[in-house]
Design a protein around this ligand. Sequence first.
Ligand SMILES: Nc1nc2c(ncn2[C@@H]2O[C@H](COP(=O)(O)OP(=O)(O)O)[C@@H](O)[C@H]2O)c(=O)[nH]1
Ligand SMILES: [Mg+2]
Length: 262
Amino acid sequence: MITNSLNDLISVPVGTLKIPALSELSQSNEPVYCSLIIPTYNESKNILAVVHLLSHLLDEALPNNYELVVIDDDSPDRTWEIAQGLTKDYPHLRVMRRQGERGLSTAVIRGWQVAQGQILAVIDGDLQHPPEVLIKLLEAIAQGADLAVASRHVEGGGTSDWQWHRRFLSRGAQFLGLMILPSVVSRVSDPMSGYFLVRREAIAQQSMNPLGYKILIEVLGRCQINRITEVGYVFQERQEGASKVTWRQYLEYLMHLIRLRF
Ligand SMILES: Nc1nc2c(ncn2[C@@H]2O[C@H](COP(=O)(O)OP(=O)(O)O)[C@@H](O)[C@H]2O)c(=O)[nH]1
Ligand SMILES: [Mg+2]
């Protein structure tokens, strides 16, 4: 019986949040078509299912031509350790344990900095983003989009059964974005989406400086994105673990908008 060995933890890049161009990648790792970043914080109860479902899907869609990269911010529930344990069974999985730096958006960029893919992607690590939508997002890129965004606000999209106050906060945040940064926020129907694919050449060699949760705003605000395609999806309810969103994230979002504006 063949037993695979564990992949080493990836070392954390330091310094500027700049993504290398394809030509600048180290030759020590195999290049792949798509790198999917999974940011995690206390997702110990979700990580196995997420990795399993995504691997299953991508083994079919992009055999041996993808990588999953978990970026865990040193979760107290040791998500990083569980994820690293999975690399034995899922050889396309790599894991970073980030200590010192924290936050969803910078985690995603640190992941893209070590990624080997031509296409850089992100998905939540809690199964609220349905894995199968990834296939449609990949198709959109294959058809020429620079950015393919999973959206709750186009045909086929929605939220499970959000109460009015969650809808109000989500739409309120979008409205605020349209007021402060219309040229960026109006480009997509769901600027709050954390589930998207982007071509490396559209975002490489650009210093990023995001704040908080909304990485798509940073990508749209700082990078050269021409063609955008949106794909509908239904935001699922969490089955395990808890959301990390607090009032702080709303404040950071506001500060992020202002920073990009000025
Ligand atoms: N690395 C990292 N991941 C985070 C952080 N905050 C949230 N996440 C992950 O980002 C994803 C979305 O976060 P979540 O709290 O579920 O946001 P919500 O779906 O909007 O409630 C999940 O996979 C979280 O585990 C963070 O500070 N660092
Ligand atoms: Mg979530």
